[in-house]
Design a protein. Structure first.
Ligand code: PMP
Length: 469
């Protein structure tokens, strides 16, 4: 420990200190309120009263570790599986997306007695050693590189990938043929495939939406060589992609193992692996001290109730559709918007140097996000392999009104940054704008505390949003 705070920060060089939040709005230590288009974890809205009450009540009634019969566990597992195909009826409750994916890998390997894993290029599946090994986003940039048991197939990106100008059906077939080449090469080398491990709407590769017939073809290929199919729904579960509860449903496939995490507890750390009885029987014993604790189950149950009561899946579809249409208009208007894509409330703008080259415009994307934050008090983030994909993954209570104000904010920022190309001031900032490399010293972190104590300078107006109570 060298006295520095290691932080994964948004909005370097002017990070935010958030002190409270409600619904889809967050307030910083200066009293400024922001429209939150980032917090997919807070699925049903910040501090949803029903979720808070469920956690509080359970915390005051009973908190145990595994080993006791627990009504809230039974109820929650029953409710969660009611949203899944009948064959997926065994649930393991764990504490993070990484833990869920690690267990999924163990299940796939013990069921097949094979070791090898097929993943998308630039995928990310978690922070445990086993998962870094199967996450090209991580291992490609580390000295140890790719392990022999990992087989990387192209992500079916129909905007920037090699098969872009075909019809969706033809592109799907070509991407599956590429996957087949990789898998067959592995088999020839006497490797044995335990599983395909992918997101179905591929958020971590830049919100890639594969063509509709892609996964049925790919799942067939993997099953033919003795592997099982794992759907990583850590980002996309519980209706995020609109209309369907799970992203895999859009593709008409049924995975053998599903993992999820982020949205389950509305910010309370909980995650799950759901699989078939047959696959679970190969695992043997499994223990998790905190997995499925009564508070997690009560909170998780409240989240599922709110999704249903407030019709959030239907809302994500409707609001997402409006937003996507609005973003399409921005694409027509602005040369630097190469592509807009996504489903439900999982959307992205691909910021490019020009429409013809489709080359990622990394600094420009960062500058647009910065402008939207500063001028419109609206929070977005940049992701993807080229660090140029502006992603929109707000709490699911995001409204049509929010969609309209976000579009206006983006339009104005794009006009300022894209047409006039006014981003050189930020590009030259000594800290840079790289989110993942952000390291703040304790001194810098303490500066935010001081600002709070001495009170805000009246330099930024308080923004008010119409639908905050
Ligand atoms: N899978 C995917 C697709 C993810 O996006 C993440 C986190 N960003 C994880 C797994 C890991 O989840 P966690 O950070 O909760 O361990």
């Amino acid at each position: 420990m060298d006295g520095r705070g290691m932080c994964n920060q948004h909005f370097i060089p002017s990070p935010l200190k958030i002190v409270r939040a409600q619904k889809q709005y967050m307030t910083d230590n200066m009293g400024v309120q922001y429209l939150d288009c980032v917090s997919n974890v807070v699925h049903v809205g910040h501090c949803h009263p029903q979720v808070v009450a469920a956690g509080k009540n359970q915390m005051a009634t009973l908190v145990t570790a595994q080993g006791f019969i627990n009504d809230s566990l039974t109820k929650y597992v029953k409710e969660l599986t009611s949203h899944l195909p009948d064959t997926l009826n065994v649930v393991y409750l764990v504490n993070s997306g990484s833990e869920a994916n690690d267990l999924a890998l163990r299940l796939a390997r013990s069921h097949t007695s094979h070791k090898d894993v097929v993943v998308f290029d630039e995928a990310y599946h978690g922070n445990l050693g086993n998962l870094i090994d199967i996450s090209p986003k991580m291992f490609k940039r580390m000295p140890q590189g790719k392990k022999d048991f990992v087989h990387v197939i192209p992500c079916p990106d129909t905007y920037r990938g090699p098969h872009r100008d075909d019809s969706p059906g033809a592109a799907a077939e070509k991407y599956v043929m590429e996957a087949e080449r990789v898998v067959m090469q592995a088999i020839q080398n006497n490797r044995k495939i335990s599983c395909l491990f992918t997101e179905c709407v591929v958020v971590n590769c830049g919100v890639i939406v594969p063509p509709r017939n892609y996964f049925s073809l790919l799942y067939n290929l993997i099953r033919e060589v003795g592997g099982v199919c794992v759907a990583d729904e850590v980002q996309t579960a519980l209706g995020r992609t609109g209309e369907c509860f799970w992203a895999f449903e859009h593709y008409g496939v049924v995975p053998d193992i599903v993992t999820t995490g982020k949205p389950l507890g509305n910010g309370y750390p909980m995650a799950a692996v759901i699989t078939t009885r047959e696959i679970s029987e190969s695992l043997g014993e499994y223990y998790s001290t905190f997995g499925g604790n009564p508070v997690a189950c009560a909170v998780g149950m409240a989240v599922l109730d709110v999704i249903e009561n407030e019709k959030l899946v239907q809302s994500a579809k409707a609001v997402g559709k409006t937003l996507l249409e609005n973003l399409q208009l921005l694409k027509t208007k602005h040369e630097c918007v190469g592509d807009v894509r996504g489903m439900g409330l999982c959307l992205a703008l691909d910021i490019v140097q020009d429409k013809a080259s489709r080359k990622p415009a990394r600094e420009l994307a960062q500058t647009i996000v910065h402008r939207v934050k500063e001028d419109h008090h609206t929070l977005l983030q940049v992701q993807g392999p080229g660090h140029n994909i502006i992603t929109i993954t707000p709490p699911m209570c995001f409204t049509q009104l929010n969609a309209r104000s976000l579009t206006t904010a983006l339009d104005e920022a794009l006009t300022a940054c894209c047409l006039r190309n006014q981003h050189s001031d930020l590009m030259s900032h000594p800290l840079g704008l790289e989110r993942n490399q952000a390291v703040l010293s304790l001194e810098e972190l303490e500066r935010f505390d001081e600002e709070e104590v001495t009170g805000p300078e009246p330099k930024r107006p308080r923004t008010s949003y119409d639908d905050v109570d």
